[in-house]
Design a protein around this ligand. Structure first.
Ligand SMILES: N[C@@H](CCC(=O)N[C@@H](CS)C(=O)NCC(=O)O)C(=O)O
Length: 202
């Protein structure tokens, strides 16, 4: 049963493009309707009601928004997770957008050559940059001096990479590994992880 009193996040039964938003809502302590639609989406179901006939789609009272990064940015801004000043807000978005550069190739690496390039060049390039940013900021948070959407984006991406068997690459970046353990030990996140539905896909 969907309650109109709390926000609603529509997505598939998977983590995909909605998980960073789910994690952000969890970090903010916001109760929400986590509506998971079976795949393939029916053409006359939720898809028809959304802006681009795509999910995720977020509804908060009278406000409705499509596009995963915009949803994350809205939630982060509303609940003080978007960065404390103009520079930090840009840094948060920079991490969020770099996750797309990291995740997207996973869907197009269809040859051994592309897989090797990803594992040996692309992934190390992004993970070493992340480690440098994290360590340069003191090692605990990616941006500023408290949790932000940048941490949620990075955590979700590292988790995705573990799932896709890139642990061996991540192990080369001990600060990222330590960050991941720290993030999943946050009480609300740890409870969320233990209770979240078993996904059909990542
Ligand atoms: N740029 C969009 C992409 C959204 C997207 O591609 N959503 C897929 C699911 S991951 C979808 O709804 N596809 C329509 C369908 O499969 O019928 C975002 O980040 O939100």
């Amino acid at each position: 049963m969907i309650s109109n009193q709390i926000p609603t996040l529509h997505y598939l039964n998977g983590r995909g493009r909605a998980e960073a938003s789910r994690i952000l809502l969890t970090l903010a302590g916001v109760e929400f309707n986590d509506v998971r639609h079976p795949y393939p989406l029916s053409p006359d179901g939720i898809k028809e009601k959304t802006t681009y006939k795509q999910l995720p789609y977020f509804i908060d009272g009278d406000f409705e928004i499509a596009q995963s990064l915009a949803i994350e940015h809205y939630i982060a801004s509303k609940y003080d997770l978007a960065g404390d000043n103009i520079s930090d807000r840009a840094r948060v978005l920079s991490i969020a957008q770099s996750t797309i550069d990291i995740i997207s190739p996973l869907f197009s690496n269809n040859t051994d050559e592309k897989k090797a390039l990803y594992k040996n060049e692309t992934l190390p390039r992004f993970l070493s940059a992340w480690e440098k940013i994290l360590v340069g900021n003191g090692g605990k948070y990616f941006v500023g001096s408290k949790l932000s959407a940048a941490d949620a984006s990075a955590y979700y991406t590292l988790e995705n990479l573990y799932f896709k068997n890139y642990k061996e690459v991540i192990d080369q970046y001990p600060n990222l590994t330590q960050f991941k353990s720290m993030f999943e030990s946050i009480p609300s996140i740890s409870t969320y992880i233990s209770n979240r539905p078993i996904d059909q896909s990542f």
